[in-house]
Design a protein around this ligand. Structure first.
Ligand SMILES: Cc1cc2nc3c(=O)[nH]c(=O)nc-3n(C[C@H](O)[C@H](O)[C@H](O)COP(=O)(O)OP(=O)(O)OC[C@H]3O[C@@H](n4cnc5c(N)ncnc54)[C@H](O)[C@@H]3O)c2cc1C
Length: 534
Protein backbone atom coordinates (compact mmCIF):
# COMPACT_ATOMS: atom_id res chain seq x y z
CA UNK A 1 0.00 0.00 0.00
CA UNK A 2 1.34 3.45 -0.84
CA UNK A 3 2.26 5.65 2.15
CA UNK A 4 -0.49 8.03 1.12
CA UNK A 5 -3.36 5.60 1.61
CA UNK A 6 -1.69 3.70 4.44
CA UNK A 7 -1.42 6.95 6.37
CA UNK A 8 -4.92 8.23 5.57
CA UNK A 9 -7.31 8.09 8.50
CA UNK A 10 -10.73 9.25 9.53
CA UNK A 11 -9.20 10.87 12.59
CA UNK A 12 -5.70 11.56 13.83
CA UNK A 13 -5.16 12.17 17.49
CA UNK A 14 -1.94 13.92 18.46
CA UNK A 15 -0.68 12.85 21.90
CA UNK A 16 -1.11 9.70 23.96
CA UNK A 17 -1.74 11.04 27.45
CA UNK A 18 -5.06 10.75 29.30
CA UNK A 19 -6.75 12.70 26.49
CA UNK A 20 -5.29 10.98 23.44
CA UNK A 21 -5.81 7.52 24.87
CA UNK A 22 -9.46 8.13 25.63
CA UNK A 23 -9.99 9.84 22.25
CA UNK A 24 -8.60 6.76 20.51
CA UNK A 25 -10.79 4.40 22.51
CA UNK A 26 -13.89 6.49 21.96
CA UNK A 27 -13.48 7.26 18.25
CA UNK A 28 -12.39 3.74 17.40
CA UNK A 29 -15.48 2.51 19.23
CA UNK A 30 -17.54 4.62 16.82
CA UNK A 31 -16.07 2.71 13.90
CA UNK A 32 -13.57 5.36 12.81
CA UNK A 33 -10.14 4.52 11.50
CA UNK A 34 -7.92 6.32 13.99
CA UNK A 35 -4.19 6.80 14.51
CA UNK A 36 -2.50 8.39 17.47
CA UNK A 37 0.81 10.14 16.84
CA UNK A 38 2.91 10.48 19.99
CA UNK A 39 6.32 12.10 20.35
CA UNK A 40 7.36 9.96 23.33
CA UNK A 41 8.23 6.27 23.42
CA UNK A 42 5.28 5.28 25.60
CA UNK A 43 1.77 6.23 26.68
CA UNK A 44 0.98 8.47 29.64
CA UNK A 45 1.79 12.03 28.53
CA UNK A 46 2.44 14.09 31.66
CA UNK A 47 3.05 10.91 33.64
CA UNK A 48 5.36 9.48 31.01
CA UNK A 49 7.57 12.58 30.94
CA UNK A 50 7.59 14.00 34.46
CA UNK A 51 9.58 11.36 36.37
CA UNK A 52 11.29 13.70 38.80
CA UNK A 53 11.63 12.59 42.41
CA UNK A 54 8.47 13.22 44.41
CA UNK A 55 6.22 13.70 41.35
CA UNK A 56 2.62 13.09 42.34
CA UNK A 57 -0.87 14.44 41.81
CA UNK A 58 -2.41 17.30 43.72
CA UNK A 59 -5.91 15.93 43.22
CA UNK A 60 -6.86 12.82 45.15
CA UNK A 61 -6.53 9.39 43.53
CA UNK A 62 -10.22 8.84 43.98
CA UNK A 63 -10.88 11.64 41.52
CA UNK A 64 -7.84 11.49 39.29
CA UNK A 65 -8.66 8.49 37.11
CA UNK A 66 -10.98 7.76 34.20
CA UNK A 67 -14.67 7.46 35.05
CA UNK A 68 -15.94 6.26 31.67
CA UNK A 69 -15.86 2.57 32.55
CA UNK A 70 -17.06 1.44 36.01
CA UNK A 71 -15.28 -1.90 35.50
CA UNK A 72 -11.96 -0.17 35.03
CA UNK A 73 -12.51 1.80 38.22
CA UNK A 74 -13.46 -1.28 40.19
CA UNK A 75 -10.50 -3.35 39.10
CA UNK A 76 -7.82 -0.70 39.72
CA UNK A 77 -6.60 -0.14 43.28
CA UNK A 78 -4.66 3.02 44.17
CA UNK A 79 -2.15 2.60 46.93
CA UNK A 80 -2.06 6.19 48.23
CA UNK A 81 -4.44 9.06 48.72
CA UNK A 82 -2.35 11.08 46.23
CA UNK A 83 -0.87 8.85 43.52
CA UNK A 84 2.79 9.14 42.66
CA UNK A 85 4.06 9.25 39.08
CA UNK A 86 5.19 5.58 38.81
CA UNK A 87 1.75 4.36 39.85
CA UNK A 88 -0.01 6.74 37.45
CA UNK A 89 2.19 5.55 34.63
CA UNK A 90 1.39 1.91 35.54
CA UNK A 91 -2.31 2.80 35.51
CA UNK A 92 -2.10 4.43 32.08
CA UNK A 93 -0.17 1.44 30.71
CA UNK A 94 -2.83 -0.83 32.16
CA UNK A 95 -5.49 1.23 30.36
CA UNK A 96 -3.52 0.98 27.10
CA UNK A 97 -3.36 -2.81 27.47
CA UNK A 98 -6.91 -3.26 28.66
CA UNK A 99 -8.39 -1.46 25.65
CA UNK A 100 -5.73 -2.66 23.23
CA UNK A 101 -4.73 0.91 22.38
CA UNK A 102 -1.10 0.42 21.40
CA UNK A 103 -1.84 -1.10 18.00
CA UNK A 104 -3.08 2.31 16.81
CA UNK A 105 -0.44 4.47 18.45
CA UNK A 106 2.74 5.45 16.64
CA UNK A 107 5.39 6.34 19.15
CA UNK A 108 8.44 8.53 18.53
CA UNK A 109 6.34 10.39 16.00
CA UNK A 110 6.38 14.12 16.64
CA UNK A 111 3.99 16.16 14.52
CA UNK A 112 5.53 19.39 13.26
CA UNK A 113 2.91 20.73 10.86
CA UNK A 114 -0.78 20.39 10.03
CA UNK A 115 -2.37 22.01 7.00
CA UNK A 116 -6.01 22.11 6.04
CA UNK A 117 -6.69 21.27 2.41
CA UNK A 118 -9.86 23.26 1.70
CA UNK A 119 -10.69 21.41 -1.51
CA UNK A 120 -10.45 17.93 -0.09
CA UNK A 121 -11.63 19.05 3.37
CA UNK A 122 -8.80 17.06 4.95
CA UNK A 123 -5.90 17.78 7.23
CA UNK A 124 -2.39 16.89 6.10
CA UNK A 125 0.09 16.33 8.89
CA UNK A 126 3.86 16.15 8.71
CA UNK A 127 6.16 14.68 11.31
CA UNK A 128 9.68 15.46 12.43
CA UNK A 129 10.93 12.49 10.43
CA UNK A 130 9.21 13.75 7.30
CA UNK A 131 6.31 11.25 7.27
CA UNK A 132 2.93 12.41 5.97
CA UNK A 133 -0.48 11.60 7.37
CA UNK A 134 -3.94 12.79 6.46
CA UNK A 135 -7.31 12.72 8.15
CA UNK A 136 -10.72 14.32 8.06
CA UNK A 137 -10.52 15.13 11.75
CA UNK A 138 -7.61 16.09 13.96
CA UNK A 139 -7.81 15.95 17.75
CA UNK A 140 -5.02 17.89 19.39
CA UNK A 141 -4.55 15.98 22.64
CA UNK A 142 -1.17 17.60 23.05
CA UNK A 143 -1.58 18.63 26.70
CA UNK A 144 -1.69 21.99 28.48
CA UNK A 145 1.50 21.48 30.43
CA UNK A 146 3.65 19.69 27.90
CA UNK A 147 5.94 22.39 26.54
CA UNK A 148 8.64 23.02 29.19
CA UNK A 149 10.12 26.48 29.37
CA UNK A 150 13.52 26.89 27.82
CA UNK A 151 16.66 27.27 29.91
CA UNK A 152 17.64 30.82 29.09
CA UNK A 153 20.26 31.64 31.73
CA UNK A 154 23.46 33.00 30.22
CA UNK A 155 26.25 30.44 30.35
CA UNK A 156 23.89 27.47 30.86
CA UNK A 157 25.84 25.44 28.30
CA UNK A 158 29.13 26.11 30.12
CA UNK A 159 28.12 24.15 33.21
CA UNK A 160 30.33 21.07 33.48
CA UNK A 161 28.25 19.22 36.09
CA UNK A 162 25.06 17.19 35.74
CA UNK A 163 21.99 18.93 34.30
CA UNK A 164 18.41 17.74 34.67
CA UNK A 165 14.96 19.11 33.98
CA UNK A 166 11.94 18.01 35.99
CA UNK A 167 10.05 17.59 32.70
CA UNK A 168 12.23 14.86 31.20
CA UNK A 169 14.06 13.59 34.25
CA UNK A 170 15.95 10.30 33.71
CA UNK A 171 13.78 7.24 34.06
CA UNK A 172 16.37 5.40 36.13
CA UNK A 173 16.53 8.26 38.67
CA UNK A 174 19.67 10.03 39.92
CA UNK A 175 21.81 9.27 42.95
CA UNK A 176 22.62 12.59 44.62
CA UNK A 177 24.47 11.07 47.57
CA UNK A 178 27.42 13.27 48.48
CA UNK A 179 26.53 15.88 45.86
CA UNK A 180 25.82 19.59 46.00
CA UNK A 181 22.59 20.14 44.10
CA UNK A 182 20.81 23.28 42.91
CA UNK A 183 17.09 23.37 42.15
CA UNK A 184 15.95 26.41 40.18
CA UNK A 185 12.21 27.04 40.47
CA UNK A 186 9.66 26.64 43.25
CA UNK A 187 6.40 25.86 41.43
CA UNK A 188 4.62 22.53 41.97
CA UNK A 189 7.35 20.43 40.33
CA UNK A 190 10.13 22.35 42.10
CA UNK A 191 8.50 21.99 45.49
CA UNK A 192 8.04 18.23 45.07
CA UNK A 193 11.61 17.79 43.80
CA UNK A 194 13.12 19.90 46.59
CA UNK A 195 11.27 17.91 49.26
CA UNK A 196 12.45 14.61 47.81
CA UNK A 197 16.07 15.56 47.12
CA UNK A 198 16.90 17.46 50.33
CA UNK A 199 17.40 14.41 52.57
CA UNK A 200 19.47 12.60 49.93
CA UNK A 201 22.08 15.09 48.86
CA UNK A 202 25.08 16.63 50.56
CA UNK A 203 23.75 20.16 50.14
CA UNK A 204 20.73 21.61 48.37
CA UNK A 205 20.55 25.21 47.23
CA UNK A 206 17.09 26.35 46.22
CA UNK A 207 16.83 29.29 43.84
CA UNK A 208 13.45 30.91 44.27
CA UNK A 209 12.08 33.73 42.13
CA UNK A 210 8.51 33.83 43.45
CA UNK A 211 7.42 32.00 46.58
CA UNK A 212 4.32 29.87 46.15
CA UNK A 213 1.67 29.03 48.67
CA UNK A 214 1.88 25.38 49.54
CA UNK A 215 -0.53 23.34 51.64
CA UNK A 216 -0.09 19.91 53.18
CA UNK A 217 -1.36 16.92 51.21
CA UNK A 218 -1.70 14.75 54.29
CA UNK A 219 -0.98 11.88 52.00
CA UNK A 220 -1.42 8.34 53.38
CA UNK A 221 -1.74 4.77 52.19
CA UNK A 222 -5.22 3.71 51.14
CA UNK A 223 -6.79 0.60 52.55
CA UNK A 224 -8.80 -1.84 50.47
CA UNK A 225 -11.76 -1.24 52.82
CA UNK A 226 -11.79 2.44 51.88
CA UNK A 227 -11.64 1.59 48.20
CA UNK A 228 -14.48 -0.89 48.55
CA UNK A 229 -16.55 1.89 50.10
CA UNK A 230 -15.76 4.07 47.07
CA UNK A 231 -16.94 1.29 44.77
CA UNK A 232 -20.24 1.11 46.59
CA UNK A 233 -20.98 4.81 46.15
CA UNK A 234 -19.08 5.36 42.91
CA UNK A 235 -21.89 6.66 40.71
CA UNK A 236 -23.26 9.05 43.29
CA UNK A 237 -19.76 10.32 44.07
CA UNK A 238 -18.82 10.93 40.46
CA UNK A 239 -22.15 12.70 39.83
CA UNK A 240 -21.60 14.91 42.86
CA UNK A 241 -18.04 15.69 41.77
CA UNK A 242 -19.11 16.64 38.26
CA UNK A 243 -21.66 19.07 39.68
CA UNK A 244 -18.82 20.97 41.38
CA UNK A 245 -17.00 23.91 39.76
CA UNK A 246 -13.66 22.08 39.99
CA UNK A 247 -15.12 18.73 38.84
CA UNK A 248 -14.06 17.12 42.11
CA UNK A 249 -15.58 17.24 45.58
CA UNK A 250 -13.84 20.04 47.41
CA UNK A 251 -16.16 20.62 50.35
CA UNK A 252 -17.66 23.79 48.82
CA UNK A 253 -17.94 26.77 51.16
CA UNK A 254 -21.33 28.13 52.12
CA UNK A 255 -20.54 31.32 54.00
CA UNK A 256 -18.59 34.51 53.48
CA UNK A 257 -15.42 34.97 55.54
CA UNK A 258 -17.08 37.93 57.25
CA UNK A 259 -20.32 36.18 58.16
CA UNK A 260 -18.49 34.33 60.90
CA UNK A 261 -16.47 35.35 63.95
CA UNK A 262 -12.64 35.37 63.78
CA UNK A 263 -12.66 32.23 65.98
CA UNK A 264 -15.03 30.41 63.64
CA UNK A 265 -12.90 31.52 60.71
CA UNK A 266 -9.79 30.09 62.29
CA UNK A 267 -11.62 26.87 63.09
CA UNK A 268 -12.64 26.51 59.44
CA UNK A 269 -9.10 27.22 58.21
CA UNK A 270 -7.72 24.64 60.65
CA UNK A 271 -10.31 22.04 59.70
CA UNK A 272 -9.31 22.35 56.05
CA UNK A 273 -5.56 22.49 56.75
CA UNK A 274 -5.87 19.25 58.76
CA UNK A 275 -7.76 17.59 55.92
CA UNK A 276 -5.15 18.84 53.44
CA UNK A 277 -5.02 19.58 49.73
CA UNK A 278 -7.03 22.03 47.67
CA UNK A 279 -9.78 22.30 50.27
CA UNK A 280 -7.53 24.78 52.06
CA UNK A 281 -7.95 27.09 49.08
CA UNK A 282 -11.71 27.56 49.28
CA UNK A 283 -12.83 27.95 52.89
CA UNK A 284 -15.31 30.79 52.25
CA UNK A 285 -17.40 31.92 49.31
CA UNK A 286 -15.49 35.18 48.91
CA UNK A 287 -11.81 34.27 49.34
CA UNK A 288 -11.39 33.99 45.56
CA UNK A 289 -13.18 37.21 44.69
CA UNK A 290 -12.70 39.67 47.53
CA UNK A 291 -9.29 41.00 48.54
CA UNK A 292 -10.19 41.49 52.21
CA UNK A 293 -11.52 37.94 52.52
CA UNK A 294 -8.51 36.64 50.67
CA UNK A 295 -6.18 38.49 53.01
CA UNK A 296 -7.43 36.67 56.09
CA UNK A 297 -6.67 33.38 54.39
CA UNK A 298 -3.28 34.64 53.20
CA UNK A 299 -2.46 35.79 56.75
CA UNK A 300 -3.41 32.37 58.08
CA UNK A 301 -1.11 30.67 55.54
CA UNK A 302 1.72 33.06 56.45
CA UNK A 303 1.25 32.15 60.13
CA UNK A 304 1.50 28.49 59.18
CA UNK A 305 4.77 29.08 57.32
CA UNK A 306 6.16 30.96 60.35
CA UNK A 307 5.06 28.17 62.66
CA UNK A 308 6.89 25.53 60.60
CA UNK A 309 10.07 27.30 59.48
CA UNK A 310 12.31 28.03 62.46
CA UNK A 311 14.38 30.86 60.94
CA UNK A 312 12.08 33.93 60.70
CA UNK A 313 14.11 35.43 57.84
CA UNK A 314 13.72 32.25 55.76
CA UNK A 315 10.02 32.02 56.65
CA UNK A 316 9.63 35.58 55.44
CA UNK A 317 11.36 34.78 52.15
CA UNK A 318 9.03 31.82 51.66
CA UNK A 319 5.90 33.90 52.23
CA UNK A 320 4.24 35.21 49.07
CA UNK A 321 3.63 38.95 49.14
CA UNK A 322 2.95 39.95 45.58
CA UNK A 323 -0.34 38.19 44.76
CA UNK A 324 -3.50 37.00 46.51
CA UNK A 325 -3.73 33.51 47.97
CA UNK A 326 -4.66 30.86 45.40
CA UNK A 327 -4.24 33.05 42.33
CA UNK A 328 -1.15 31.09 41.33
CA UNK A 329 -1.63 27.31 41.33
CA UNK A 330 -1.63 26.16 44.91
CA UNK A 331 1.08 23.59 45.63
CA UNK A 332 0.23 20.49 47.63
CA UNK A 333 3.21 19.14 49.52
CA UNK A 334 4.49 16.53 51.91
CA UNK A 335 6.85 18.36 54.23
CA UNK A 336 7.98 21.20 51.95
CA UNK A 337 8.41 24.02 54.45
CA UNK A 338 10.07 21.61 56.92
CA UNK A 339 12.91 21.21 54.39
CA UNK A 340 14.13 24.70 55.30
CA UNK A 341 14.83 23.57 58.88
CA UNK A 342 17.53 21.24 57.57
CA UNK A 343 21.18 22.26 57.92
CA UNK A 344 21.96 21.14 54.37
CA UNK A 345 19.43 23.43 52.65
CA UNK A 346 19.99 27.06 51.56
CA UNK A 347 17.29 29.30 50.09
CA UNK A 348 18.37 31.97 47.62
CA UNK A 349 15.92 34.77 46.89
CA UNK A 350 16.31 35.64 43.23
CA UNK A 351 14.22 38.79 43.59
CA UNK A 352 16.91 40.21 45.86
CA UNK A 353 19.90 38.62 44.11
CA UNK A 354 19.07 37.51 40.55
CA UNK A 355 21.07 34.91 38.63
CA UNK A 356 23.70 36.61 36.49
CA UNK A 357 25.02 33.47 34.80
CA UNK A 358 25.63 29.80 35.05
CA UNK A 359 29.37 29.10 35.29
CA UNK A 360 31.33 25.91 34.65
CA UNK A 361 31.06 25.03 38.33
CA UNK A 362 27.90 26.62 39.61
CA UNK A 363 25.42 29.47 39.67
CA UNK A 364 26.45 33.09 40.00
CA UNK A 365 23.98 35.59 41.41
CA UNK A 366 24.51 39.32 41.82
CA UNK A 367 25.75 38.48 45.33
CA UNK A 368 28.03 35.43 44.97
CA UNK A 369 28.69 32.14 43.21
CA UNK A 370 27.17 28.89 44.50
CA UNK A 371 29.33 25.90 43.58
CA UNK A 372 27.24 22.86 42.73
CA UNK A 373 27.69 19.39 41.17
CA UNK A 374 24.23 19.19 39.63
CA UNK A 375 21.45 21.58 38.54
CA UNK A 376 17.79 20.58 38.36
CA UNK A 377 15.73 23.04 36.36
CA UNK A 378 12.09 23.22 37.46
CA UNK A 379 11.13 26.19 35.32
CA UNK A 380 7.53 25.31 34.52
CA UNK A 381 5.74 25.33 31.20
CA UNK A 382 4.62 27.54 28.36
CA UNK A 383 1.17 26.55 29.55
CA UNK A 384 -1.99 25.91 27.58
CA UNK A 385 -0.83 27.40 24.28
CA UNK A 386 2.92 26.65 24.03
CA UNK A 387 2.67 23.15 22.59
CA UNK A 388 0.18 24.11 19.88
CA UNK A 389 1.76 27.45 19.01
CA UNK A 390 5.06 25.67 18.38
CA UNK A 391 3.50 23.68 15.54
CA UNK A 392 3.00 25.00 12.05
CA UNK A 393 -0.81 24.71 11.94
CA UNK A 394 -2.50 26.31 8.95
CA UNK A 395 -6.23 26.56 8.50
CA UNK A 396 -8.38 28.20 5.84
CA UNK A 397 -6.53 30.54 3.49
CA UNK A 398 -3.20 29.41 4.95
CA UNK A 399 -3.86 31.31 8.20
CA UNK A 400 -1.41 30.06 10.82
CA UNK A 401 -2.50 29.37 14.37
CA UNK A 402 0.48 31.40 15.54
CA UNK A 403 -0.79 34.47 13.64
CA UNK A 404 -4.32 33.89 14.81
CA UNK A 405 -3.21 33.68 18.44
CA UNK A 406 -0.67 36.51 18.32
CA UNK A 407 -2.73 38.64 20.73
CA UNK A 408 -4.14 35.75 22.71
CA UNK A 409 -5.69 32.35 22.05
CA UNK A 410 -9.15 32.81 20.55
CA UNK A 411 -11.20 29.64 20.67
CA UNK A 412 -14.81 28.67 20.94
CA UNK A 413 -15.20 26.78 24.23
CA UNK A 414 -11.52 25.85 24.11
CA UNK A 415 -12.64 23.12 21.71
CA UNK A 416 -12.57 24.65 18.24
CA UNK A 417 -10.95 27.58 16.47
CA UNK A 418 -12.62 29.70 13.77
CA UNK A 419 -10.81 29.16 10.47
CA UNK A 420 -9.58 25.70 11.48
CA UNK A 421 -12.40 23.30 10.55
CA UNK A 422 -12.49 19.76 11.95
CA UNK A 423 -9.58 20.53 14.27
CA UNK A 424 -10.43 19.93 17.91
CA UNK A 425 -8.39 20.85 20.96
CA UNK A 426 -8.71 18.99 24.25
CA UNK A 427 -8.66 21.18 27.38
CA UNK A 428 -7.53 24.09 25.23
CA UNK A 429 -7.39 27.74 26.32
CA UNK A 430 -10.87 29.01 27.08
CA UNK A 431 -11.93 25.73 28.70
CA UNK A 432 -11.88 25.03 32.47
CA UNK A 433 -8.88 22.77 31.95
CA UNK A 434 -6.23 23.25 34.65
CA UNK A 435 -8.79 24.79 37.02
CA UNK A 436 -10.54 21.42 37.27
CA UNK A 437 -9.80 17.77 37.82
CA UNK A 438 -8.29 17.39 34.36
CA UNK A 439 -9.44 13.84 33.82
CA UNK A 440 -13.08 14.86 34.07
CA UNK A 441 -12.52 17.77 31.70
CA UNK A 442 -10.71 15.49 29.27
CA UNK A 443 -13.53 12.95 29.30
CA UNK A 444 -16.13 15.63 28.74
CA UNK A 445 -14.16 17.11 25.81
CA UNK A 446 -13.52 13.77 24.15
CA UNK A 447 -17.18 12.80 24.47
CA UNK A 448 -18.28 16.14 23.02
CA UNK A 449 -15.87 15.76 20.09
CA UNK A 450 -16.93 12.16 19.45
CA UNK A 451 -20.58 13.18 19.45
CA UNK A 452 -19.93 16.05 17.05
CA UNK A 453 -18.18 13.71 14.63
CA UNK A 454 -20.96 11.12 14.92
CA UNK A 455 -23.54 13.84 14.27
CA UNK A 456 -21.73 15.07 11.15
CA UNK A 457 -21.54 11.54 9.77
CA UNK A 458 -25.16 10.78 10.60
CA UNK A 459 -26.27 13.97 8.82
CA UNK A 460 -24.03 13.61 5.77
CA UNK A 461 -22.00 16.69 6.66
CA UNK A 462 -18.27 17.10 6.08
CA UNK A 463 -16.98 19.89 8.25
CA UNK A 464 -17.68 21.66 11.52
CA UNK A 465 -16.09 24.94 12.47
CA UNK A 466 -16.45 27.62 15.12
CA UNK A 467 -17.99 30.81 13.77
CA UNK A 468 -15.99 34.00 14.38
CA UNK A 469 -19.03 35.49 16.16
CA UNK A 470 -19.45 32.60 18.61
CA UNK A 471 -15.74 32.56 19.20
CA UNK A 472 -15.58 36.30 19.93
CA UNK A 473 -18.51 36.00 22.31
CA UNK A 474 -16.91 33.11 24.17
CA UNK A 475 -13.51 34.83 24.42
CA UNK A 476 -15.23 37.91 25.88
CA UNK A 477 -17.13 35.75 28.36
CA UNK A 478 -13.95 33.93 29.47
CA UNK A 479 -12.28 37.30 30.12
CA UNK A 480 -15.33 38.71 31.86
CA UNK A 481 -15.65 35.88 34.39
CA UNK A 482 -11.89 35.86 35.01
CA UNK A 483 -12.00 39.55 35.86
CA UNK A 484 -14.74 38.93 38.41
CA UNK A 485 -12.15 36.99 40.40
CA UNK A 486 -8.76 37.81 41.89
CA UNK A 487 -6.91 35.49 39.48
CA UNK A 488 -5.76 38.22 37.05
CA UNK A 489 -3.92 39.96 39.91
CA UNK A 490 -1.14 37.38 39.84
CA UNK A 491 1.71 37.13 37.37
CA UNK A 492 0.93 33.47 36.87
CA UNK A 493 1.18 30.92 34.11
CA UNK A 494 -2.62 31.04 34.02
CA UNK A 495 -2.09 34.59 32.73
CA UNK A 496 0.78 33.72 30.40
CA UNK A 497 2.98 35.89 32.61
CA UNK A 498 5.75 33.31 33.07
CA UNK A 499 6.81 33.44 29.43
CA UNK A 500 8.43 36.54 28.05
CA UNK A 501 6.46 38.14 25.23
CA UNK A 502 3.39 35.96 25.74
CA UNK A 503 0.13 37.97 25.65
CA UNK A 504 -1.38 38.55 29.09
CA UNK A 505 -4.70 36.77 28.84
CA UNK A 506 -6.34 34.64 31.49
CA UNK A 507 -6.16 31.28 29.73
CA UNK A 508 -8.53 28.84 31.46
CA UNK A 509 -12.27 29.34 31.90
CA UNK A 510 -12.98 30.11 35.52
CA UNK A 511 -16.78 29.90 35.34
CA UNK A 512 -16.74 26.31 36.65
CA UNK A 513 -17.21 22.88 35.15
CA UNK A 514 -21.05 22.66 35.26
CA UNK A 515 -21.54 26.07 33.61
CA UNK A 516 -19.02 25.10 30.98
CA UNK A 517 -20.65 21.73 30.26
CA UNK A 518 -23.97 23.52 29.86
CA UNK A 519 -22.40 25.96 27.38
CA UNK A 520 -20.96 23.03 25.38
CA UNK A 521 -24.28 21.22 25.36
CA UNK A 522 -26.13 24.39 24.34
CA UNK A 523 -23.69 25.02 21.53
CA UNK A 524 -24.26 21.49 20.24
CA UNK A 525 -28.04 21.69 20.53
CA UNK A 526 -30.24 22.02 17.47
CA UNK A 527 -27.71 20.68 15.01
CA UNK A 528 -24.67 22.55 16.29
CA UNK A 529 -26.30 25.89 15.63
CA UNK A 530 -23.38 27.77 17.21
CA UNK A 531 -21.03 26.27 14.61
CA UNK A 532 -20.75 26.42 10.88
CA UNK A 533 -21.41 22.94 9.49
CA UNK A 534 -21.11 22.11 5.83
C1 LIG B 1 3.93 17.52 37.07
C2 LIG B 1 2.47 17.66 36.75
C3 LIG B 1 1.52 17.32 37.70
C4 LIG B 1 0.16 17.42 37.39
N1 LIG B 1 -0.75 17.10 38.35
C5 LIG B 1 -2.06 17.20 38.06
C6 LIG B 1 -3.07 16.87 39.04
O1 LIG B 1 -2.78 16.50 40.16
N2 LIG B 1 -4.36 17.01 38.70
C7 LIG B 1 -4.74 17.42 37.46
O2 LIG B 1 -5.94 17.51 37.20
N3 LIG B 1 -3.82 17.71 36.53
C8 LIG B 1 -2.51 17.62 36.80
N4 LIG B 1 -1.59 17.95 35.85
C9 LIG B 1 -2.03 18.34 34.52
C10 LIG B 1 -1.89 17.12 33.57
O3 LIG B 1 -1.15 17.57 32.49
C11 LIG B 1 -3.26 16.58 33.20
O4 LIG B 1 -3.92 16.14 34.36
C12 LIG B 1 -3.25 15.41 32.21
O5 LIG B 1 -2.27 14.46 32.48
C13 LIG B 1 -3.17 15.92 30.80
O6 LIG B 1 -3.37 14.88 29.90
P1 LIG B 1 -3.35 15.18 28.35
O7 LIG B 1 -3.48 13.87 27.68
O8 LIG B 1 -4.31 16.23 28.02
O9 LIG B 1 -1.93 15.82 28.08
P2 LIG B 1 -0.41 15.24 28.35
O10 LIG B 1 -0.52 14.24 29.43
O11 LIG B 1 0.40 16.42 28.51
O12 LIG B 1 -0.13 14.46 27.02
C14 LIG B 1 0.14 15.13 25.83
C15 LIG B 1 0.99 14.23 24.96
O13 LIG B 1 1.09 14.82 23.69
C16 LIG B 1 2.37 14.59 23.18
N5 LIG B 1 2.67 15.62 22.20
C17 LIG B 1 2.70 16.96 22.38
N6 LIG B 1 3.00 17.58 21.23
C18 LIG B 1 3.15 16.62 20.31
C19 LIG B 1 3.46 16.63 18.94
N7 LIG B 1 3.70 17.77 18.28
N8 LIG B 1 3.53 15.45 18.27
C20 LIG B 1 3.30 14.27 18.91
N9 LIG B 1 3.01 14.21 20.22
C21 LIG B 1 2.95 15.36 20.92
C22 LIG B 1 3.27 14.66 24.39
O14 LIG B 1 4.48 13.95 24.17
C23 LIG B 1 2.40 14.02 25.46
O15 LIG B 1 2.68 12.66 25.58
C24 LIG B 1 -0.22 17.88 36.13
C25 LIG B 1 0.74 18.26 35.20
C26 LIG B 1 2.08 18.15 35.50
C27 LIG B 1 3.08 18.57 34.47
Amino acid sequence: MAEESRNAFDAIVVGAGFAGMYALHKLRGQGLRVAVLEAGTGVGGTWFWNRYPGARVDIESRDYGYSFDPELEREWRWSERYSAQPELLRYLNHVADRYDLRRDIRFETRVTAARFDERGARWNLTTERGESFSARFVVMATGCLSEPKEIVFPGADDFSGEVYRTFDYPEEGVDFTGKRVAVIGTGSSGIQTITAIAPECEHLTVFQRTPNYSVPANNRPLGTGEQREWDAERDAYRARAKAEPLAFWNDPPERSAFEVTPEERLQEFERRWEFGGFRVGGPFTDTGVDLAANKVLADYAADKIRSIVRDPAIADRLTPKTYPFGTKRLCVDTGYYEVYNRDNVTLVDLRATPIERITATGIETTEREYQVDAIVYALGFDAMTGTLAKLDIRGRGGLTLREKWADGPDTHLGLMIAGFPNLFTVTGPGSPSVLTNMVMSIEQHVEWIAEAIAWLDAHGRTTIEATPEAEAEWVAHVAEVAHQTLYPLADSWYMGANVEGKPRVFLPYVGGFPAYVEACNDAAAEGYRAFRVA
